[in-house]
Design a protein around this ligand. Structure first.
Ligand code: ADP
Length: 463
């Protein structure tokens, strides 16, 4: 047997107790019913025998001397008893008595002096034997004759012996059935809980080997199968976030290493030798630039981790995208970069459900990239229009464009196309755009041609 605390043990104990109770209850019902049926059979046979005997008795004025009849003097006449009168049949005995208790004819298994009663039937005990008795008054015409009774008696010994057999068979079977029920319950539970054991084993393997790629095999379509499915989904999420965490740490440390080594190298060089004031200023500028880059990376990574925790961290509400984009365009229009001209076409009052801070950041990142990778004295066009219940925000430039092979990769964290290496950047801007779009259930479209320019569009549902 299992340990006391195991579910298998508890459930099989519970099932066994329930089944044992059921068997005992059923046995009690069987015994009660059998007893009732046996009693009523005996009683019915007793009554029908006595009733049949009543019909064989007649009172006559004279002795008619019929040889097949028996005559007994009775009052002024005779009791005529047909030969069909049954003194004994089966276990039933019958005898005729006068109302004064005087024996007339018949046979009884026991000597009884009980007065005659009109009771239906009753039980009479004698020498430890129980008898069922039925007294029946014979209808006699003419008061001068006095009362006449038939007493039918049957011993209950035989029916009680039969009942005893039923009881002993039942009592023998109760413990046998209880044991079978217990064993059956135990094996049933073992069988039902086997998949749970497998789940526990797999979970144990995952925990001991820290192998997050392991999954529970789903062999069934029932509740346990569904539980396994949910656990596997949970493991997928855990593995994903664990790998994100790993990538995050390695990406960040990798990306921070370059500016850090520049800062260290620059400061060591400056400390080692005597420098001119201008050289110090130059070195400090480099250090400041690298410091800013590190600051941007750290801040962006923190934003990612906040976004990765889900939209619960942000307040989503009905937001006027038109005025939001207009504000960003006005602000970016003030930049004095590469002589680029910024123009816009913004439809009024386009509302979406979203977070204003994130939407603003997404728009600014796209415009910033358009400036960064745009041509000297080129153009950047920002458009916000509605189409089929969606808002389309597009930022178009006439800059360096993106090669076909880079088009998918540029949305990955820290990815930068070779052509852009000369520009300052962290490779996090577009992955931020993509994550913000994802949080808003928005879609990104990119059209680009190398050397001609790019157009990034965000398609978001209107609220
Ligand atoms: P960053 O601009 O800091 O390098 P992003 O994630 O914003 O990082 O962009 C990733 C890469 O995608 C850039 O390095 C650049 O190669 C490419 N890219 C983004 N926007 C444009 C654009 N408008 N035109 C051409 N290339 C672009």
């Amino acid at each position: 047997m299992k340990r006391k605390g195991s579910i298998v043990f508890k459930l099989s104990l519970f099932i066994s107790v329930m089944l044992a109770l059921l068997v005992i209850l059923t046995s009690l019902i069987v015994i009660t019913i059998s007893r009732g049926v046996l009693d009523s059979n005996v009683r019915d046979f007793l009554i029908s025998t006595v009733e049949q005997d009543v019909s064989t008795i007649r009172i006559t004025e004279t002795e008619e001397n019929r040889t097949e009849n028996i005559y007994y003097p009775y009052g002024e006449g005779y009791i005529e008893i047909d030969m069909d009168f049954l003194k004994t049949v089966g276990n039933v005995y019958a005898a005729i008595y006068t109302g004064a208790g005087e024996f007339v004819y018949g046979e009884l298994p026991v000597y009884m002096v009980e007065p005659f009663t009109y009771t239906y039937t009753y039980v009479y005990n004698h020498d430890g034997v129980r008898y069922q008795v039925y007294d029946r008054k014979i209808p006699v015409v003419g008061a001068e004759h006095g009362e006449l009774w038939i007493r039918g008696v049957v011993s209950k010994q035989q029916s009680e012996a039969q009942l005893g057999k039923i009881i002993s068979v039942t009592l023998l079977f109760v413990p046998v059935l209880a044991v079978v029920a217990m064993a059956g319950g135990y094996f049933l539970m073992q069988m039902l809980l086997k998949p749970l054991k497998e789940i526990q084993q797999t979970a144990g393997q995952i925990a001991s080997a820290t192998d997050l790629s392991k999954r529970i095999e789903i062999k069934r379509d029932d509740e346990i199968g569904k539980l396994s499915g949910s656990l596997n989904t949970m493991m997928d999420r855990l593995q994903e976030s664990f790998e994100n965490e790993k990538r995050f740490t390695s990406d960040v440390s990798h990306e921070l290493r370059t500016p850090l080594s520049v800062i260290l190298g620059e400061s060591e060089y400056m400390l080692e030798k005597e420098c001119e004031k201008e050289e110090y200023a130059e070195a400090l500028e480099v250090i400041q630039r690298q410091g800013r880059k590190m600051d941007t990376i750290v801040n962006d990574m923190l934003s990612f981790s906040r976004m990765d925790q889900g939209i619960e961290n942000y307040c989503f509400e009905k937001t006027n995208l038109s005025s939001l984009v207009r504000d960003v365009v006005t602000e970016c229009g003030k930049w004095d970069r590469k002589g680029i001209q910024l123009s816009s076409e913004i439809e009024d009052d386009i509302y979406v459900s979203g977070n204003a801070f994130l939407l603003e950041r997404m728009t600014r990142n796209l415009i910033d990239n358009a400036y960064k990778y745009g041509n000297e004295n080129g153009h950047v066009d920002v458009r916000l229009v509605t189409e089929d219940g969606y808002a389309r925000l597009s930022v178009e430039d006439d800059g360096i464009g993106i090669s076909e092979e880079d088009r998918d990769k540029i949305f990955l964290r820290f990815y930068r196309a070779d052509a852009s290496r000369t520009e300052e950047g962290t490779g996090l801007g577009l992955s931020m755009v993509s994550r913000i779009a994802e949080l808003h259930d928005a879609r990104i479209e990119l059209q680009s041609e190398e050397g001609k320019g790019s157009c990034f569009s965000i398609i978001i549902k209107i609220n």
